[in-house]
Design a protein around this ligand. Structure first.
Ligand code: NAI
Ligand code: MG
Length: 795
């Protein structure tokens, strides 16, 4: 090409990044990688290997070992053996290792960036400037948390051996997000990279050796879904951290149900990108490039649904199309490309099929005039406009460079459209009006809200989803809780605490109590209600004497209660200060009727009068605790490395189902219900099955304490049956269960469908009278989800 021609076309020439070092690394392992178990390269016991290819060129890069159950077992054993010394090393010792890893990654950052780009197909510009710097940042940040664990997380300890399963879209970054916090908090890990992209994890294994990380602290096992499943099912793994498809997330929830394994799931998304008419449209266009063409759109939090105010829609579409025309697709190692290759042919096929379905549905599809390279796995940037919200391409995660646009007129409509998805991972809001942005941010159901930016991440800020995008957070202080357990957990008992009961001759005293002539009903939507089925069940005291009957509720009553909870919008809208006053009012009314509630406890459980009085007084105190917290459970402001701060706001979960413990009828009810409502949730509560009368008496307190109708709905009956109905109910966002091991399993199993947040006791008893076990921030954490709102700051 002559210089004149070059000036005329202004075409870029190729600017290839050298891959010399990465090739040397592959050759050094003879292009055949073993498993990294107990600090050693170990041959897979199956003797099987699979290939990792470069999607840009279809070149075979290396063979990678396929780990089977035996290898997984060896890796878990190694991690288990390494656990004790790793814990005993202490926070400072672990901080030194994490710091060393961070430094070592920085020193070899180009090799990591190039290898990642080769193996995954993503542009070198991105791996070099985004992925790998963030990886180092994550290890530095968590070296700090290791150092601070003893003081900042003193009520918590490590969980044990953690199984970590990661996807292919950000291979090294996801490794860092998982390994750094796990090691910092004293756990050891077995990590399985995605089958398409194992190579940087294997390079990381080399780094672990270089810094002298003790053997077995980090084990890397490669393989496919079966290898992941073996890790999930291994009995000595105490927690699974997973990032990947919603489908596999649900499989993992079901597989671990009832085992007591903790899980965190970071799953798919269909995140809204909301543009208001006063937004700076040129910035918006660049924001869209970051949102959907970053990493070929293979991003769980990709801004894949463009919602644009109708008045500026055509103008914006025109600008987007012009920008799309200038995007460059090509070899991932070319420094001047914008979009690399799709990770694998199977993923390319999914994208092609979904785009075809979008066209068949009659949506308008636009692609740039240029063509993608023929060799390799490429897909052009694509824009759909005039898309109906129910269209498959508006609902399904495409996981490719495909943007789906629709319009709105009012702010309210924008919010409705944004939330019209089963996911809730991220969102971004574009407007020059900060009032509008901060009005919309709390209304979006998503774990991350970016204001006038998109796809920015930092170790200091938590990341994770609402709804079917999964649960748990990665990054920020909120992310640490995924890798620790409360020290009080080891105090939980296999049997209910014994309370002082009457001498048998006190039975008479029980009978001589004034009979409380009431017919307990259900309490739904602020009103006493009869059960739909028209059935009742008898309630007896511990000697088997008949006391009363309570309604036997059915599925329909649960549905009514959930609807009532939905309809109660006033409670969540109240300030913490206002909620606190209602809670104090509850305490006040309970204290006025303390004797009556104590008598009821004596009547039902035959405990001594002083025990009953203690239970009532502790209940009143507990209400005070949460009245205190109602206006104090603050979020944090995280300082990121970008020109943003993130507001980490604890938000209500939504509707929480609560199944109360059978023991401590009143105190168990109060200890679970009150923290949930203190954080703004509305609840459906099933009180103790054997002793529901303290709860049914309690609605009279609620009626006189300014608690809005629908905030607390009380449904009596069979604990097992009602628990299952709640676990299956798609409009319940969270479920707390205190009962048997089997019941706990049912909850975890049946809740997988809508991935509701669950909190169960696996049949263990806590002492509700004890303040460490019976109240505190653990309850508040389960009652909230953290939303991180990225606000431009100091820009
Ligand atoms: P995937 O969920 O199957 O793979 C993620 C990881 O899970 C891989 O390491 C895989 O080996 C492992 N895995 C697969 N089956 C497993 C099982 N039964 N038990 C334990 N581990 C298992 O995702 P895949 O098939 O690669 O992609 C399919 C779709 O998932 C994509 O089109 C995209 O929509 C979504 N996805 C979402 C990601 C995210 O970041 N949220 C990442 C990757 C995929
Ligand atoms: Mg590959």
């Amino acid at each position: 090409m002559s210089i004149k021609e070059i000036y005329n076309t202004m075409e870029y020439g190729p600017a290839p990044e050298s891959n010399k070092e990465s090739v040397a690394f592959l050759d050094q392992h003879k292009r055949k990688f073993q498993l990294f178990i107990n600090g050693k390269w170990t041959k897979p016991s199956s003797g099987e290997y699979f290939e990792s290819i470069s999607p840009s060129t279809t070149e075979k890069l290396a063979q990678v070992a396929e780990a089977n159950d035996k290898d997984v077992d060896d890796a878990v054993k190694a991690a288990k053996k390494a656990l004790k010394p790793w814990v005993e090393l202490g926070g400072h010792g672990r901080a030194r290792y994490l710091y060393a890893i961070a430094r070592q990654i920085q020193k070899h950052s180009r090799n990591f960036a190039v290898l990642e780009s080769m193996d995954n197909g993503k542009p070198i510009r991105e791996t070099r400037d985004i992925d790998i710097p963030l990886v180092a940042r994550h290890f530095y940040h968590h070296a700090g948390w290791a150092q601070l664990m003893d003081t900042e997380m003193k009520d918590y300890k490590e969980i044990g051996v953690i199984g970590q399963i990661i996807p292919w879209n950000f291979p090294m970054l996801m490794l860092a997000w998982k390994i750094a916090p796990a090691l910092a908090m004293g756990n050891t890990v077995v990590l399985k990279p995605a089958e398409f992209t194992s190579l940087t994890a294997l390079l990381f294994a080399d780094i672990c050796k270089q810094v002298g990380l003790p053997d077995g602290v980090v084990n890397i096992i490669t393989g496919h879904g079966n290898t992941g499943a073996a890790l999930v099912n291994h009995p000595d793994v105490s927690k699974i951290a997973f990032t990947g498809s919603t489908e596999v997330g649900k499989i993992i929830r079901r597989a671990t149900a009832g085992t007591g394994k903790k899980i965190s799931l970071e799953l798919g998304g269909k995140s809204p990108f909301i543009v208001f008419e006063d937004a700076d449209l040129d910035s918006v266009v660049e924001g869209i490039v970051d949102a959907i063409w970053f990493n070929q759109g293979q991003v769980c939090c990709a801004g894949s649904r463009l919602l644009v105010q109708e008045s500026v829609a055509e103008k914006l579409y025109k600008k987007i199309r012009a920008r799309m025309e200038t995007l460059r697709v090509g070899n991932s190692l070319d420094k001047s490309i914008d979009i690399g290759a799709i990770v694998a042919p199977v993923q390319l096929k999914t994208i092609q099929e979904l785009v075809q379905q979008g066209k068949d549905e009659g949506n308008t599809c636009w692609q740039p005039s240029w063509e993608c390279p023929k060799e390799g796995c490429y897909y052009p940037p694509t824009l759909f406009t005039g898309v109906s919200p129910s269209s498959i391409i508006a609902q399904e995660e495409i996981f490719g460079p495909v943007l789906v646009a629709m319009t709105f007129r009012s702010h309210g409509e924008a919010v409705k459209l944004a939330n019209n998805t089963r996911y809730g991972l991220a969102s971004s809001i574009w407007t020059e009006n900060i009032n509008l942005a901060l009005d919309i941010a709390p209304q979006i159901k998503a774990g991350t809200v970016w204001i006038n930016c998109s796809n920015v991440f930092d170790a200091a800020s938590g990341f994770g989803g609402y709804r079917e995008s999964g649960y748990g957070r990665e990054g920020g202080k909120e992310g640490l809780y995924e890798y620790v357990k409360h020290r009080a957990e080891s105090e939980f008992k296999n049997e209910a605490p014994k309370l002082k009961t009457h001498e048998p001759n006190n039975k008479k005293e029980n009978k001589s109590l004034p009979s409380i002539d009431r017919t307990p009903k259900l309490f739904i939507g602020g009103k006493q209600a009869r059960p739909d089925g028209g059935n009742s069940i008898p309630i007896k005291d511990t000697y088997g004497n008949y006391i009363s009957e309570v309604p036997k509720s059915s599925r329909k009553d649960i549905r009514n209660a959930v609807e009532a909870a939905h309809a109660c919008t006033t409670w969540a809208g109240m300030t913490g200060h206002a909620k606190a006053q209602v809670l104090y009012y509850i305490a006040e009314n309970l204290s006025v009727r303390a004797e009556e509630f104590a008598a009821r406890i004596v009547q039902m459980t035959n405990v001594s009068a002083s025990e009953a009085e203690k239970e009532v007084q502790t209940s009143i105190e507990r209400v005070y605790t949460y009245a205190a917290w109602a206006d104090k459970y603050d979020g944090q402001v995280h300082h990121t490395t970008q020109r943003n701060v993130t507001l980490a706001m604890p938000e209500k979960v939504g509707i929480i189902g609560i199944v109360c413990p059978d023991e401590s009828h009143l105190l168990g009810f109060i200890s679970t219900v009150i923290p949930a409502i203190a954080m703004g949730n509305c609840i459906v509560v099933v009180p103790s099955e054997t002793g529901p009368l303290s709860a049914t008496d309690f609605y009279q307190i609620l009626e006189t304490s300014d608690v809005p109708g629908g905030c607390i709905n009380i449904v009596t009956g069979s604990k097992d049956e009602l628990t299952k109905e709640m676990a299956k109910h798609d409009d319940i966002d969270g479920l707390w269960y205190f009962g048997t091991a089997q019941g706990s399993k049912d909850v975890e199993l049946l809740s997988a469908e809508n991935l509701k947040r669950t909190w169960v006791n696996y049949g263990k008893y806590r002492n509700w009278f004890d303040r460490i076990q019976g109240e505190g921030s653990e309850f508040l954490r389960h009652a909230t989800e953290i939303k991180n709102i990225w606000v431009p700051y100091g820009a």
